[in-house]
Design a protein around this ligand. Structure first.
Ligand SMILES: NC(=O)c1ccc[n+]([C@@H]2O[C@H](COP(=O)([O-])OP(=O)(O)OC[C@H]3O[C@@H](n4cnc5c(N)ncnc54)[C@H](O)[C@@H]3O)[C@@H](O)[C@H]2O)c1
Length: 251
């Protein structure tokens, strides 16, 4: 029986790479994203199924799980990956942006896990992988919404892992530093403009300043770890937060 996965934010970056990697491994993938054009293209490429959802809306989470069940009749893997960044000082941080960040990066993972849970439980097997961030473990100035949501996601991961243990469901979080995706490319361009320096200098002097290994992580590196956690080899790993940060937080 082929496994079925929901990958949120699968139209781009890390989510796209996760969807492609799972599909190559024989998993049928629901590509969930609010970007219809790119999401459809990914779904077409991997022979998956695209669902157009805005995960800041509660009812969209219900719709997504229903759509996956209608299409594939089962949910084995849930990868909560959709997210975005907003950078501004606490005092100026827009309150609607805070609400949106918490909705997409914390409430949606909770709701999707809740709705997928009975299906995983009845199968006696399930894998939930939450894409947190190094900002789930440490903070940076001007990133209060992102840092709060990603810290919360680690709490959600641990609490769900404790309940999943008896039912063959594992729940883990990944905490990457900078990964080469449109989200980070946008940040590099913004910083270059703000500091009036070239983009490669932003990468070297700002992004990788604290990293032991001076490189931007490739999306495939994250996807391969997701694949491991979703395999039988990952059966004993649960409630963990995997740091993939080129040594940034080792000091
Ligand atoms: N790139 C990095 O350096 C990095 C590091 C750590 C964690 N992360 C996390 O990894 C995840 C993926 O980031 P990425 O770098 O691949 O970004 P990305 O911008 O390339 O992709 C994010 C995807 O999420 C989708 N999305 C955003 N809001 C949505 C919504 N409301 N409903 C449905 N879809 C929505 C976007 O349309 C996009 O396709 C995010 O949660 C991000 O916080 C990224």
């Amino acid at each position: 029986m082929k496994k079925c996965a929901i990958v949120t934010g699968a139209a781009s970056g890390i989510g796209r790479s996760v969807a492609e990697t799972l599909a190559r491994d024989g998993v049928r993938v629901v590509v969930a994203d609010r970007d219809e054009e790119k999401g459809l293209a990914v779904a077409r490429e991997i022979s998956g199924h695209f669902v157009n959802v805005d995960l800041s809306k509660r009812e969209a989470c219900h719709h997504l799980v229903d759509a996956a069940m209608r299409e594939f009749g089962r949910i084995d893997i849930l990868v909560n990956n959709a997210g975005f960044q907003h950078v501004s000082p606490l005092e100026d941080f827009p309150e609607d942006k805070w609400d949106q960040m918490l909705s997409v990066m914390l409430t949606a993972p909770f709701l999707l896990t809740k709705y997928a849970w009975p299906h995983m439980k009845s199968q006696g097997w399930g894998r939930v992988v939450n894409i947190s961030s190094i900002h789930g473990k440490v903070a940076s100035p001007n990133k209060i919404g992102y840092t709060s949501a990603k810290h919360g996601l680690i709490g959600l991961t641990r609490a769900a892992a404790l309940e999943g243990g008896a039912h063959g469901i594992t729940v883990n979080a990944l905490c990457p530093a900078y990964v080469r995706t449109p989200l980070v490319e946008g940040q590099i361009a913004d910083q270059a403009r703000a500091h009036k320096i070239p983009e490669d200098e932003v990468v070297e002097k700002i992004l990788l300043k604290s990293a032991a290994i001076k490189k931007i992580i490739e999306p495939e590196e994250i996807a391969n770890l997701v694949l491991f956690l979703c395999s039988d080899g990952g059966a004993s790993v649960t409630g963990a937060s995997w740091t993939i940060d080129c040594g940034w937080t080792a000091q």
